[in-house]
Each structure stands twice: as structure tokens, then as C-alpha cells.
Ligand binder design. Structure first.
Ligand code: 5GP
Length: 186
């Protein structure tokens, strides 16, 4: 079983930015590239940001049992491929999974040794402002993501480790400490 660090929390909370900063501080960390059926956004690259696939391809992987976890989110499907975790962890470094809450629950059940961190926004208003401000999604998408975010925020009590992403540098510092303590990578 690879050492895994699950970073979860609502869309727009800044998981991606936090993970980029975390990897600057701990370059040995590997990032699991997820599969999704959503369309690539401008600037996203196949195999780098996601393994973009059709709903049919995704379903074939589900049927073949290829996913460690998978979930429906805001009208698309997302999942972590077992092969992806195996490849990324081959060198022995911890692998970071950036996934939403339903997926994190599945990982908790199947890989209980994985470290799970919930990233929380300072407030729902702050989250809304970020989702609108980043301008990557149409307004209906933002609304769908905010509705889901309210449910996701209610789930944060399930997580032993919660990092509030208010000031980025503080949140990164907390995350570095958690990952150092729990994966002992030095
Ligand atoms: P986005 O469309 O903004 O890239 O991602 C939407 C949500 O799906 C985010 O909360 C993101 O963390 C989550 N996500 C990305 N990859 C996966 C995955 O492999 N599994 C699950 N369960 N969620 C994922």
C-alpha cells in the first residue's frame, strides 16, 4: 500500500494552490492525476491535469474495478485509478490525492492508513467569492458547486485534520507539518 495523503474539501477552497505550494516545499511528493469526464478547461493538459475521458471510457474502468475511489461531482465523474497510484508510488514517495469528500470517504474505508486533511474556507462567502473570482466555471457551474460545498462543509467534522485556508502561507505551513509528521519523509 502506498503512503497516501488525501487533500479534500469543497471546490474553490484552494486545494490545488495549496498542493502546488506544498510540492514546492516537499518536491519528493508525487501527485495522483485523476480521471474525469468533465471537459478540459483552457490551459489544462491531457495526462497532466487529468486523464480526460469519455463517459464510456470511465464506465469501462468502473466495471473493470480500476478505481480506488470514484464519485459524481457537479455533473461529471471523477476517480483515482489504481494504476496511477501504483506508478506514482513506485519510487517510495508519498502520493497526494486531491479529491472531493465522497471519494475521501471511500479512501478512508479502503486505505485507512492514508492521511486525510480537510481544507476549509474561512467562510461560505469567502468560498463563493473565490469560485466566482477564479472565473473558470460558468455561473450555473458555480451555483452547482456552491450547493455541493454546503454539504461538503458539513462533512468536515468527519476529518481529524482540518486546515482553514485563510492566509495561504499559514495554511501551507500547517500542511507541511501534517505531511512531515504523518509520512515521516523528513
Ligand atoms: P474540478 O472540476 O474543479 O477540477 O474538480 C471538481 C472536484 O472534484 C474538486 O473538489 C476536486 O478535488 C475533485 N476531484 C478531482 N479529482 C478527483 C478524483 O479523482 N476523485 C474524486 N472523488 N474527486 C476528485
Amino acid at each position: 500500500m502506498p503512503r497516501a495523503v488525501v487533500i479534500t474539501g469543497p471546490s474553490g477552497v484552494g486545494k490545488g494552490t495549496l498542493i502546488r505550494s506544498l510540492r514546492t516545499r516537499m518536491p519528493e511528493l508525487q501527485l495522483s492525476v485523476s480521471a474525469t469526464t468533465r471537459r478540459p478547461r483552457t490551459g489544462e493538459t491531457q495526462g497532466v491535469d487529468y486523464h480526460f475521458m469519455t463517459p464510456e471510457e470511465f464506465e469501462q474502468h468502473v466495471a473493470a474495478g480500476d478505481f480506488v475511489e470514484h464519485a459524481d461531482y457537479a455533473g461529471a465523474r471523477y476517480g483515482t485509478l489504481r494504476s496511477e497510484l501504483a506508478t506514482r508510488s513506485a519510487g517510495g514517495a508519498p502520493v497526494v490525492l486531491e479529491i472531493e469528500v465522497q471519494g475521501a470517504r471511500q479512501v478512508r474505508a479502503t486505505m485507512p492508513e492514508a492521511v486525510q486533511v480537510f481544507i476549509a474556507p474561512p467562510s461560505l462567502d469567502a468560498l463563493r467569492a473565490r469560485l466566482v473570482g477564479r472565473g473558470t466555471d460558468a455561473i450555473e457551474q458555480v451555483e452547482a458547486r456552491l450547493r455541493t460545498a454546503e454539504q461538503e462543509l458539513a462533512a468536515q467534522d468527519e476529518f481529524a485534520r482540518v486546515v482553514v485556508n485563510d492566509r495561504l502561507e499559514d495554511a501551507v505551513e500547517e500542511l507541511v507539518e501534517i505531511v512531515r509528521d504523518t509520512t515521516a519523509t523528513g
